[in-house]
Design a protein around this ligand. Structure first.
Ligand SMILES: Cc1ncc(C[n+]2csc(CCOP(=O)(O)OP(=O)(O)O)c2C)c(N)n1
Ligand code: SF4
Length: 293
């Protein structure tokens, strides 16, 4: 990491965010940049991957390396980036529709693989960008344009699903708590493995039920409540609490082998460093083909 101190403005582009006034995306954008500053990164040292949605539009407002991935395909993109350069932190931003709906399959299998990435989901319980349709986390009986008489499907429980799928770091934040969220993103980036943070992010325009006030009345801090994040069964029990009080903080945390660190071929040098060597003619392809015979 560099000596030169950055500020949150260094991680912002010149573009003005297009989010609705009061949208929870603003706080996540701020918390993310505060976390990167506190960790001492420069913009060119960070790789971001964004999904499609209001959340994914953050790609226009964050100054760092970035990929605006296909809808639901942030996680395989992030894994590919880590395989290419495992020296660079990779932070993924997406919505609940993007990550739990369109990308639901990738969610499960990336948790199993456990690459060293930080995955932040803006969970507003609707498809925001496409104007408020039902999403996988919409509450049962919630009404929307796509379910005018109320949602029939059981909502996804992202925390319980992540723990069951082998997630090694499973947490939840609230965009109304910017200092807490900043610290959670710092902890997530520092965690060795896949850090998954589901964030309660009020969509002030299309979700008139799950508002800031709704969450303020319900959230409580797991650490303050004495939760033991190394206990998987206790983590499940906390993840299943969804009525009345809503826990935020780390549900489950346990290190286990990281996907990209399991390949001896890239142990000494990242793939990008190796590809530079080929370009400069320091290694030739015939030699490597022989190595695989
Ligand atoms: C393959 C594909 N399918 C559908 C869409 C249309 N689409 C754009 S954004 C979006 C939903 C975004 O919702 P969410 O991921 O919850 O993000 P939010 O906008 O709420 O942040 C959809 C369905 C698309 N762009 N690409
Ligand atoms: S539609 Fe909802 S999620 Fe999208 S910018 Fe507006 S408030 Fe935010």
């Amino acid at each position: 990491m560099s000596e030169q101190k950055t500020t949150i403005n260094d991680f912002a582009t010149d573009l003005k965010p297009t989010w609705c006034p009061g949208c929870g995306d603003f706080s996540i954008w701020l918390a993310l940049r505060q976390a990167l500053v506190k960790l001492g990164y420069q913009p060119h040292q960070v790789m971001m991957v964004f999904g499609i949605g209001c959340s994914g539009n953050m790609c226009n407002f964050v100054n760092a390396y970035g990929v605006h991935a296909l809808h639901g395909r942030t996680l395989p993109t992030a894994m590919g980036l880590r395989m290419a350069n495992h020296d660079m932190p990779v932070v993924v931003i997406g919505g609940d529709g993007d990550g739990y709906g369109e990308g639901g399959n990738h969610f499960i299998h990336t948790l199993r693989a456990n690459p060293n990435i930080t995955y932040i989901v803006h969970n507003n319980q609707v498809y925001g960008l496409t104007t408020g349709q039902t999403s996988p986390t919409s509450d049962l009986h919630a009404k929307s344009k796509t379910n005018p008489t109320g949602v029939i499907d059981e909502p996804i429980n992202p925390l319980a699903l992540a723990i069951a799928a082998g997630g090694s770091y499973v947490a939840r934040g609230f965009s109304g708590d910017i200092p807490g969220l900043t610290q959670q993103i710092i902890n997530g980036i520092q965690f060795r493995g896949m850090a998954f943070i589901d964030v309660f992010q009020p969509c002030v325009t299309f979700n008139k039920v799950n508002t800031y006030q709704y969450f303020r009345e319900r959230v409580y801090n797991l650490e303050e409540a004495g939760h033991d994040a190394s206990d998987k069964q206790a983590a499940f029990n906390k993840a299943l609490e969804h009525e009345g009080k809503l826990p935020i903080g780390v549900f489950y945390e346990k290190e286990r082998p990281v996907y990209e660190y399991s390949f001896p071929q890239i142990e000494e040098k990242t793939l990008v460093e190796q590809s530079h060597a080929y370009k400069k003619g320091e290694r030739d392809l015939d030699t490597i083909i022989q190595e695989f015979r």
